[in-house]
Structures are given as structure tokens and as C-alpha cells.
Design a protein around this ligand. Structure first.
Ligand SMILES: [Zn+2]
Length: 102
């Protein structure tokens, strides 16, 4: 079963996540932003499997967190300083981003 998130905090330029099974993940904010799963950032596939990526340019504000909230008990929604907030990172996706855990 997917462990829930017990706590999260921004420490320096990393998002620290503490999971209910005691594991702690530290994800660099720029890596987190580049891993944004929303359709704009991750791209959308057409029926032939071609991926069309968004052309969003990342600036210094793009990798700074304004706020980060837990949504629906299954994921987090970061709000970035550049106003981008459409990516919802599920707990299982976050765990898969932490290569030490996965
Ligand atoms: Zn995005």
C-alpha cells in the first residue's frame, strides 16, 4: 500500500518529504519543477505516440516554491513563484522521483 505523507517542508532548495513508513525524501526544487506531471509540462501524446511538450520557459522563479498543499490525501500541488500550479504530484509519483527509495 502507498504510504501517506506525514510532513513536508522546504529546506534550502529542496522539498523534504517524510512518509508514514519513516522514509524521508529530499527532492531538489528544480528537479521537482522539471518533473511536473501536468499536460503543459509533461506534454500530451497524440494517437501516434508523439509527445508534444509545452514550451514553458523556466526562469529563476520557476524553481521557487510559493506554496505547496496536500490535495485529496493522495498528492501535493506545488505553486511556483512564476504562477504555475497545474501539476499535481501523486504520492506514488513523488516516491518514484526519489531514486534512493525506488
Ligand atoms: Zn506543469
Amino acid at each position: 500500500m502507498q504510504p501517506g505523507l506525514e510532513n513536508m517542508a522546504v529546506i534550502g532548495n529542496e522539498l523534504a518529504l517524510r512518509w508514514e513508513d519513516g522514509i524521508e525524501s529530499y527532492l531538489p526544487l528544480d528537479f521537482l519543477r522539471k518533473s511536473c506531471p501536468c499536460a503543459l509540462c509533461a506534454g500530451e501524446k497524440d494517437i501516434l505516440g508523439n509527445v508534444y511538450k509545452g514550451k514553458a520557459k523556466l526562469g529563476p522563479q520557476s524553481v521557487q516554491l510559493k506554496r505547496c498543499t496536500i490535495v485529496g490525501g493522495y498528492g501535493i500541488k506545488p505553486e511556483w513563484m512564476d504562477g504555475h500550479d497545474s501539476g499535481i504530484y501523486s504520492f506514488s509519483y513523488l516516491r518514484s522521483l526519489d531514486l534512493d527509495v525506488a
